[in-house]
Design a protein around this ligand. Sequence first.
Ligand SMILES: NC(=O)c1ccc[n+]([C@@H]2O[C@H](COP(=O)([O-])OP(=O)(O)OC[C@H]3O[C@@H](n4cnc5c(N)ncnc54)[C@H](O)[C@@H]3O)[C@@H](O)[C@H]2O)c1
Length: 96
Amino acid sequence: MALLFPGVALVTGAASGIGQGIAVAFAKDGCSRIALCDINVSGLEETKLLVLQVAPEAQVLVVYVDLSKEQDVKEMVHKTVQKFGRVDYAVNTAGM
Ligand SMILES: NC(=O)c1ccc[n+]([C@@H]2O[C@H](COP(=O)([O-])OP(=O)(O)OC[C@H]3O[C@@H](n4cnc5c(N)ncnc54)[C@H](O)[C@@H]3O)[C@@H](O)[C@H]2O)c1
């Protein structure tokens, strides 16, 4: 069966709630390169574990980012492209 998401996913707000659910859903649907981005580091580590539970072969990049800071946003994209070469799917769920 063809993978639904063969590319690279970047998810902000990935430490909890909708973003965490979307990150796990990407992994379940065959996305094996995922950048998990949030200001909440412990939540990001939890999401990483959840992703690896459903897709042990996945490559997960954890990115600490404060999205209210432009420089952080640039670095988030740069780190993701540096590791995975590209971004195919960007999901921005961070918020309050
Ligand atoms: N859950 C819902 O039913 C619902 C409905 C409508 C709208 N929303 C909105 O959608 C967004 C996500 O909802 P959720 O339920 O997943 O919320 P959530 O609080 O579970 O997740 C939001 C994430 O954003 C992160 N975040 C906040 N500020 C940040 C910053 N400056 N930099 C980086 N990360 C930051 C938080 O650490 C958190 O992990 C929110 O803006 C919420 O208001 C949610």
